[in-house]
Design a protein around this ligand. Structure first.
Ligand SMILES: O=P(O)(O)OC[C@@H](O)[C@@H](O)c1c[nH]c2ccccc12
Length: 257
């Protein structure tokens, strides 16, 4: 499990003419006991990788649905340590790449180097840290590199073009193209500039570009997917899982890839 594995898996899917689909789930929502089952289900539906959120008390970039899932997960005692241990327990049985999404604070508390080492032990392939700015990423990136874990960067539509080009050129694993302005959550319309933004990132990135934030329907996934390599869907998946609506999750993923 590694950055190479993640990149290879995404390349294979794209080469088979599939659009990529990465569902986001909150670790510990519903209890950590069901994490393995949920990951297996999403893989079986056709997920290209899983973005796994670590619950945090101050989730500044999360919308209301993800925040509520985080509160449920914290309420059931979910910690970064517990998530890594759970992932390690079934790493041999799993083949879908895992990307951890965590804020910087839990990593600091855990210890940055230990975090990178334990991610590798647990079979984590990539990490997203939404509150770590480009200028300060060195405090984490070197440790991730030593452990062959992809550091997945987030591009914002409000960034100047020169910064986006720099970011795209450095991207590893995949480039997470935030395709709205604001926090996560289900939204109905997408700006017209999204298309040009995604295509510019694609022209400059050595790895796939996935559009995320505000995607909740097959139509949106297909529309964004026609200007990118695929989509990331968070709030909608979290909601459907919470309601136990597995048939709709399957339909959403299969209609989008
Ligand atoms: O929920 P949405 O609108 O589908 O967006 C994905 C998003 O939730 C997920 O990728 C995510 C959850 N928390 C984040 C914090 C920052 C960046 C991304 C995320």
């Amino acid at each position: 499990m590694s950055k190479e594995k993640l990149e290879m898996r995404l390349r294979e899917k794209s080469a088979a003419n599939e659009k990529l689909f990465i569902p986001y789930i909150m670790a510990g929502d519903g209890g950590l006991d069901i994490l393995e089952e949920r990951i297996n289900f999403l893989e079986e539906c056709g997920a290209s990788a899983i973005e796994l959120g670590i619950p945090f008390s101050d989730p500044v970039a999360d919308g209301p649905t993800i925040q509520e899932a985080g509160l449920r997960a914290l309420g059931s005692g979910t910690t970064l340590t517990a998530v890594l241990n759970t992932l390690q327990d079934f790493r041999e049985k799993r083949s879908v790449p895992i990307i951890l999404m965590t804020y910087l604070n839990p990593i600091f508390v855990y210890g940055i180097e230990k975090f990178a080492i334990d991610c590798k032990k647990s079979g984590v392939d990539g990490v997203i840290i939404p509150d770590l700015p480009l200028e300060e990423e060195n405090i984490v990136v070197d440790f991730l590199k030593e452990n062959a874990i992809a550091f997945i960067r987030l591009a914002a539509m409000t960034s100047p073009k020169s910064r986006l080009i720099e970011l795209a050129a450095k991207s590893e694993g995949f480039l997470y193209a935030v395709s709205v302005t604001g926090t996560t959550g289900v939204r109905a319309v997408h700006d017209k500039e999204v298309k040009a933004y995604l295509e510019m990132l694609r022209d400059n990135s050595p790895v796939p570009v996935l559009a995320g934030f505000g995607v909740s329907t097959i139509e949106q996934a297909q529309e964004l997917g026609s200007h990118s390599d695929g989509v990331i869907v968070g709030s909608k998946i979290v909601d459907l899982l919470h309601n136990g609506d597995l048939a709709q999750i399957r339909a959403l993923i299969q209609g989008s890839i």
